[in-house]
Design a protein. Structure first.
Length: 285
C-alpha cells in the first residue's frame, strides 16, 4: 500500500516491534496525551484491534472522564481489524483499504497520527510501518529483547546479522520512499532501564550503538519500571493527567522522573511545528 494520497498529510508516528510486553501501548497513550496537551490535533489507530490494548485504554479514559465529570483530551480514534476474507490476496487488499480509509479521515483532521501495531509480524503491521514518518520501537533493556533487532555473538556481543524485524523495517523504508520519497526516522527506545546490572546495561548500550550505525536508527532512553504506569492504565490515564483528574496520588520524585521521561521522548521526535492559534494555546497551557 502506498502512502495515502491526500492533499494534507499528518505526521505519522508508528509504535512497532514483534515482541509483547515492551510497553508499546503505554508509550502510544502517553505520546497521544502529551502531544494533545502540547496543542497538536492527534489521531490514533489501533492495528491490534483483536487484542485492543490501545482501544481499551481509550475507552477506559472516556469512561473515567464521564464518571468523574472531568475534561480529558481524547484523540480521534480508529480501530482497524484483520480481514476475514478467505483468499490471502483479497484479505490483504481489504486490510489496505481499511487502513487507507482510517488514515484518510485522520490525515484531513489531524496534525499527528499515532499508530499502535500488533506485537507480531502481520500484513497490517507491515502496512502500518510503511506509513511511518517516525517509527518508535520500545525494547526492554536486555539482550533477551535485543534479539528482536539482531543476532549477537554470546561471547563478545558483536552483531552477527540483523533480525527479521530489522529487515522488515528496511523493506518498509523502501516502500515509503518509493511511494512519496518520504523517509522513516527510526527510534529504538530503551525501556525499563534499571540502576542494577550496570555491566549488562553498558554492554546493551554499546551493542545498540554499533547496530544503530549499521542499520540506521537513533536510541533514546525510554520509561523506567514504575508502578504508576500500571496504576494509571486501569483508569485510562497518563502521567500528564494526574493534576487535572484530581487523583489522590502523592507526587514523589519517581513520578516527576517518569513525567520527565515522557517529555524527553516527545522532544526527541522530529515532529511538525505548531502554528498560529495552536502554538498560542500550547504556550498558555
Amino acid at each position: 500500500m502506498s502512502s495515502v494520497g491526500v492533499e494534507r498529510r499528518a505526521h505519522v508516528i508508528v509504535l512497532g516491534n514483534e515482541k509483547g510486553g515492551s510497553g508499546k501501548s503505554t508509550t502510544a497513550m502517553h505520546l497521544i496525551v502529551g502531544l494533545m496537551r502540547d496543542g497538536y490535533r492527534v489521531g490514533a489507530i489501533d492495528l491490534d484491534a483483536r487484542q485492543g490494548t490501545l482501544s481499551g485504554y481509550l475507552a477506559s479514559r472516556a469512561a473515567f472522564a464521564d464518571r468523574h465529570g472531568v475534561s480529558l483530551p481524547l484523540p480521534m480514534a480508529r480501530a482497524v481489524h484483520r480481514s476475514e476474507r478467505d483468499s490471502r490476496s483479497e484479505a490483504e487488499a481489504d486490510e489496505a483499504m481499511r487502513l487507507g480509509a482510517a488514515l484518510g479521515d485522520l490525515h484531513a483532521a489531524c496534525d499527528i497520527i499515532v499508530i499502535d501495531c500488533p506485537g507480531a509480524d502481520t500484513h497490517l503491521s507491515r502496512l502500518g510501518h510503511a506509513q511511518a514518518d517516525t517509527l518508535i520501537t520500545p525494547i526492554n533493556d536486555s539482550f533477551v529483547d535485543f534479539a528482536m533487532l539482531a543476532r549477537v555473538d554470546p561471547e563478545d556481543h558483536s552483531v552477527i546479522n540483523p533480525s527479521i524485524y530489522s529487515e522488515m523495517v528496511w523493506e518498509a523504508r523502501k516502500r515509503r520512499f518509493a511511494s512519496d520519497r518520504g523517509r522513516i526516522d527510526w527510534i529504538v527506545m530503551r525501556n525499563r532501564m534499571g540502576s542494577t546490572e550496570m555491566r549488562n546495561k553498558r554492554d546493551v548500550g554499546a551493542t545498540l550503538e554499533t547496530l544503530a550505525k549499521r542499520i540506521g536508527f537513533r536510541t533514546v532512553k525510554g520509561f523506567g519500571e514504575r508502578v504508576i504506569f500500571r496504576e494509571l492504565y486501569l483508569q485510562g490515564l497518563t502521567l500528564m493527567d494526574v493534576r487535572e483528574a484530581g487523583l489522590a496520588i502523592q507526587i514523589g520524585m519517581s513520578h516527576i522522573a517518569a513525567r520527565a521521561e515522557v517529555r524527553a521522548l516527545i522532544s526527541a521526535i522530529r515532529k511538525p511545528a505548531l502554528v498560529g492559534g495552536d502554538a498560542e494555546a500550547a504556550a498558555v497551557a
